[in-house]
Design a protein around this ligand. Sequence first.
Ligand SMILES: [Zn+2]
Length: 144
Amino acid sequence: MWYIDIMSEAKQFSYLSKLGGHNDMPEPARECTQDEFYHVWKTESVLQEDYRSIVIDSGPMKTVIILFFHDVAFAVVFPDQLVRGSDKIQYHDKPRYFELGCDHDYRELGQKECKDRGIKHWGMCWHEWECKKCGQRKSYDSSG
Ligand SMILES: [Zn+2]
């Protein structure tokens, strides 16, 4: 197992209240569905990943990969109860998924507010959003 030290990158993951260490689940965390995880993974790039060993509930230590996206992260808890058959590997348990970070409440910033705050705004088709809870910002261009 290998480990990436992401502490130097922690600032960009300000939507987390606690990044944690090699044996910790970042916070806040809530268990989510596989569909919620894939919905983000299929449309956004992973900015950073981290492999950890974490005790989930009271069970044995599990292998967990943390995938950090722009404004959310996910923990994928790998299944580890497997049986090797003659022609395939079969897992007895299922992967579990946790959504990590702020439950964002975004509001759009107007051009004047952006200008007053020194935030670059590119014009009418530009949309700049900011979370009321954690301050995370995201932006997109609706012209293309
Ligand atoms: Zn937020």
